[in-house]
Design a protein around this ligand. Structure first.
Ligand SMILES: C[S@@+](CC[C@H](N)C(=O)[O-])C[C@H]1O[C@@H](n2cnc3c(N)ncnc32)[C@H](O)[C@@H]1O
Length: 326
């Protein structure tokens, strides 16, 4: 079944190997300040939990970004132009993308790229049903690593990278510049990048967004331990770890951590990792920017900000960037 879906969708598999996962986990947990790369939050269950987060009252980013897209879609598609090849980084359920797919005329194709393979394939299969004439080329890959785009994509189309969800905030500013450079190379000179950037705001609003009452964000965060147990044969006692998230003003970021509730040891593929009571694993950062800060950052990667759309409370921004010399 999965293979049929894959071939009808021109699926490209660059899924990261288990060894890379093991290596990153072992290295991250052997550091003095323990950490895990946030990309590993997204296995099949992690992606489903993230979709639930997007529906929470406390989690303002998704509905705010979607509203901005819907309000300004005419201007957005006019600026993107015709014969667009839409390449989406971290496409997830491709929910906001539908605003573009419904309104862009003469679309040359859609390439959703995501690390979470099953979720990517399900989302792409659903899109193919809704848009049967659309060329959909899902690519499972880690976009922070080298990966190949499909060979058979139209070369004459103008490339637009779409990067919603404020996922750019998961990079520290230095890595964000490097990452934007790589996107600059993908779109080519005068290509465009349309992305969602979460804005600096009242820390209490941020605190609520990452500490929802129903505990879905906590489940999403701690699911990484369940995944390590399953995929790497580790023995985390998940009852003995707890979600912890807060806004760190000196870094301008929300930090998600998992805190050990006891002195304990965990075995991972022959390595023993010790945890003291209260010790943390840093699992994700979400940097927040002012419009001015992000314009400066994008400039370092050779992008010019052409247009910024925000909601009336200035919680979130959708920004259109034009590539230049990178
Ligand atoms: C914050 S979610 C955003 C999802 C969706 N774009 C949205 O706006 O709701 C981040 C998405 O990026 C994907 N992702 C995270 N790190 C990735 C990586 N290194 N390579 C590819 N995909 C990644 C996740 O699987 C997830 O679907």
């Amino acid at each position: 079944m999965e293979n049929t879906v894959q071939s009808s969708l021109n699926y490209y598999d660059n899924e990261p190997e288990r060894d890379a996962f093991l290596n990153d986990v072992t290295l991250g947990l052997q550091k003095q300040a323990k950490e895990l790369p946030c990309k590993y939050l997204y296995d099949e269950r992690g992606s489903i939990l993230f979709d639930k987060i997007c529906e929470l009252d406390e989690y303002y980013p998704t509905r705010t970004e979607l509203n901005i897209m819907q309000t300004y879609v005419d201007e957005i598609v006019a600026r993107l132009g015709q014969n667009v090849l839409l390449i989406e980084y971290g496409s997830g359920s491709s929910l906001k993308t539908r605003v573009l797919l419904d309104n862009l005329s003469g679309l040359a194709g859609y390439i959703p790229i995501d690390i979470s393979k099953e979720h990517l394939l399900n989302a792409a299969a659903k899109l193919k049903k809704i848009y049967p004439d659309l060329n959909v080329h899902p690519v499972c890959a880690d976009y922070t690593d080298l990966f190949r785009l499909p060979d058979d994509i139209p070369s004459s189309a103008s490339r637009v990278v779409y990067f919603p969800g404020s996922t750019i905030g998961n990079f520290n500013p230095g890595d964000a510049v490097k990452f934007l450079h790589s996107i600059n190379n993908i779109v080519g000179s005068s290509g465009q990048l349309l992305l969602g950037v979460d804005l600096k705001k009242d820390p209490n609003v941020l605190h609520r967004a990452y500490n929802d009452r129903s505990g879905i964000t906590a489940s999403f965060n701690c699911n990484i331990l369940t995944r390590i147990n399953r995929d790497l044969g580790a023995n985390f006692n998940t009852e003995q770890f707890k979600h912890y998230a807060f806004f760190n003003p000196s870094h301008g970021r929300v930090e998600m951590h998992i805190i050990s509730l006891a002195d304990q040891t965990v075995q991972i593929n022959g390595s023993t990792i010790k945890f003291a009571t209260g010790e943390s694993i840093h699992t994700e950062s979400s940097y927040k920017y002012t419009v001015h800060e992000f314009t400066e950052l994008a400039g370092k990667a050779g992008f010019t900000v052409e247009r910024v759309w925000t909601d009336e409370d200035e919680l979130f921004s959708v920004q259109l960037l034009r590539a230049g010399a990178s």
